[in-house]
Design a protein around this ligand. Structure first.
Ligand SMILES: Cc1ncc(C[n+]2csc(CCOP(=O)(O)OP(=O)(O)O)c2C)c(N)n1
Length: 294
């Protein structure tokens, strides 16, 4: 990929963007969510987004917990609802970069309707969905992205529902920007998040993140490095399937920017309509006053 990969890692110290008084964090060893958090903060650093210009809204779950560790304006809200809170915030404060951090359960199960309407609306927001294929925080129940046949605490015989392709869903619902990356490729993930943050409409970024302790253990997927090696075979099975361990994700999941459109952004359209209405009300009041005076 591009030479931007060898750039600012040296002057990026993640601790500058973390609430160090919240350490140690609660993530399990090997959890991919911390890698995604680092990529987000690195992206923010490279884009020169000041901490007071960033607002992070998250729901409930291991992914949702991440906002607590970020030294910015953060809101830890109800399960499944971070996009709804973020919508109000982004409408009220278009000067901020509003980022939602959400899990696959938070975003696609209880929050699924909020997601499709956020995509349809195309308000400027960045939604980072950390897909570990499981409800991690609550002990490993099946989620809408759990691959078929996988064991979870609620699918002891193996999951027999097909899994959602969240990016295809977001693109079909009208999201202005859709992308996917794995935690294995941190610089690429950082670049994708940067592109999402820079996009002028709704940006949906799916991160394939490993849950080693619950999902991995339950399915005998090996250690954290072994799970990360599998990411190769998962995302490009045609290229890697013979050279690495058997993938656990059933579908070929393409990565990178998967959809980008320049559909009109909702916030700007709303503010234009509101300004036009205020101007017309003021003009009417002006002509009524003029009539009274004459
Ligand atoms: C209204 C409501 N329903 C259910 C819960 C319980 N709950 C908390 S987190 C969670 C699922 C989290 O899974 P996911 O969003 O995939 O995130 P992860 O923990 O895997 O990062 C559930 C069901 C809740 N807190 N509130």
């Amino acid at each position: 990929m591009s030479s931007t990969f060898v750039d600012s890692a040296a002057d990026f110290d993640v601790r500058d963007y973390l609430r160090m008084d919240m350490m140690p964090h609660f993530l399990c060893p090997g959890c991919g969510h911390g890698i995604a958090l680092r990529a987000l903060l690195w992206a923010m650093h490279e884009l020169g987004i000041a901490k007071d210009q960033l607002a992070v809204v998250s729901g409930i779950g291991c992914a949702g917990r991440l906002s607590a560790y970020i030294d910015a304006n953060t809101f830890h809200v109800t399960h499944g609802r971070p996009l709804a809170y973020a919508t109000g915030l982004a409408l009220a404060r278009p000067d901020l970069h509003v980022v939602v951090i959400t899990g696959d359960g938070d975003c696609l199960a209880i929050g699924g309707n909020h997601l499709i309407h956020a995509c349809r609306r195309n308000l400027k927001l960045t939604c980072l969905m950390l897909n570990n294929e499981i409800y991690g925080m609550t002990g490993g129940q099946v989620s809408p992205t759990t691959s078929e046949t996988m064991l979870t605490s609620t699918t002891p015989l193996g999951n027999s529902e097909p899994s959602f392709d969240a990016c295809a869903l977001a693109a079909a619902a009208g999201a202005g920007f859709v992308g996917r990356e794995v935690t294995r490729h941190v610089p690429r993930l950082k670049e994708l998040i940067k592109a999402g943050l820079a996009h002028p409409g709704f940006a949906f970024v799916e991160v394939l993140s490993d849950c080693t302790e619950i999902f991995g253990r339950k399915n005998d997927l090996g250690s954290s490095p072994e799970m990360m090696l599998r990411q190769k075979s998962d995302i490009r099975p045609s290229a890697y399937r013979d050279s690495v361990d058997t993938p656990f994700r059933a579908n070929e999941l393409p990565t990178g920017i998967l959809a980008q459109t320049n559909r009109p952004e909702y916030g700007a359209a709303y503010r234009r309509a509101a300004a036009a209405q205020r101007a017309s009300a003021a003009a009417q009041a002006g002509s009524a006053n003029a009539k009274e005076d004459s």
